[in-house]
Design a protein around this ligand. Structure first.
Ligand code: NI
Length: 216
């Protein structure tokens, strides 16, 4: 009787402690808001050999963020960050609006989870690679009227670093928050009344996500 009681207690303890543990083959899908907040630095804009004397700035944007994680074991997960296209205004420093661009920043990361099976709070750190694709680059209509055209931003390939946590609501549902730094550098090229111009921009954003997740 006493042994049976002990076994029952041990079984309950095991069940309870494994409720929050990730296991090999687990998949987590997370969806919510992702904010891209550039911490940009820029060269001066050049038109031909002429230094315009000012650089550019990039505003922040929030989109629907999607996130898929696959657990190789209880600690390591491979994670893909996806989102609906981000849309950023580009400004010419102290002068005003320059134009805008959209981008998609798919990021593949390896995350290390500090697994504590008895805790609903599951923090992790990760490092990954980012490929940012820019598209729909446009000057404002006023700048187009002034002869600016053919705005194009080079795609960027760089490293991504993140910290985050899952907060397990039960053995299936969770809340996730994460913060990343992504190294995104690009060169913008354009023409001004036929003269080629360019500006180098390190966008280097902080990327914040707040999502709800489900473990399969
Ligand atoms: Ni950079």
């Amino acid at each position: 009787m006493k042994i049976n009681t002990l076994i029952a207690a041990a079984a309950i303890a095991l069940t309870t402690s494994s409720a929050f543990a990730y296991e090999p083959g687990d998949m987590v899908v997370r969806a919510g808001l992702t904010n891209v907040a550039p911490d940009e630095s820029s060269s001066n804009v050049f038109i031909g050999a002429t230094d315009v004397g000012v650089g550019v700035n990039v505003d922040s944007n929030t989109q629907l963020g999607l996130n898929f994680a696959y657990f190789i074991d209880s600690n390591w997960a491979i994670e893909l960050l996806a989102a609906t296209p981000f849309d950023h205004d580009i400004g010419l420093n102290t002068v005003g609006a320059l134009g805008s661009t959209k981008h998609l920043p798919p990021t593949l990361s390896a995350n290390y989870h500090f697994m504590d099976a008895n805790s609903a709070f599951q923090p992790y750190i990760g490092v990954g690679v980012n490929y940012t694709i820019f598209f729909d680059e446009d000057f404002t209509s006023a700048n187009e009227a002034a002869g600016f055209a053919d705005l194009s931003l080079d795609d960027s390939f760089g490293l991504s670093y993140q910290v985050g946590f899952d907060y397990m609501l039960n053995d299936k549902w969770l809340i996730n928050a994460s913060a990343r730094f992504i190294d995104i550098d690009t060169e913008a090229t354009f023409t001004n009344n036929g003269t080629p111009g360019k500006v180098d921009v390190d966008i280097d954003p902080y990327v914040y996500s707040l999502t709800i997740g489900y473990k399969f």
